[in-house]
Ligand binder design. Sequence first.
Ligand code: RP5
Length: 166
Amino acid sequence: MHTVAVVMGSKSDLPIAEKAVAVLQEYGIGAEVRVLSAHRCPEQAREFAASARESGFSVIIAAAGMAAHLAGAMAANTTLPVIGIPCRSGGLGGMDALLSTVMMPSGIPVATVAVDGAKNAALLAVQILAVADGELARKLDEARRAETQAVLETDAQVREQFRQER
Ligand code: RP5
């Protein structure tokens, strides 16, 4: 059983973090959900990241807004893959969090998704786990096929709606 850690900088980030947890659940992946601020409880955040591998986590997803240092703080203290979700918060529409999350110094990577990109964060975690899990890979393939089918059906409807006699 895989377990992903989903950490957030504040309870304000919960609506985003919850979306990641829901996608993980769709794939049968357990999540431990924590509020651990890089600024307000830096020691606890550091300890969590430093012990994450021995705690049995495979991937850490970190969601934070504003000066979003949580994903970077996680990555600084573990070699598990860390996926950062920059959250829209405050007056800059998430650009602050995006840059704070993505602009990591060389050697300490954070795989950063779009602002509020919880679904892709979770899917990226599933894809990492699927490298060594054929059943997960099969589920991912199935989801991609369903997505393709949905777009093709929408395309057919739109073409029908705007069909003109030539
Ligand atoms: C960040 O500041 C959090 O990740 C959150 O997105 C934002 C606002 O936090 P609160 O002041 O609402 O706790 O640290």
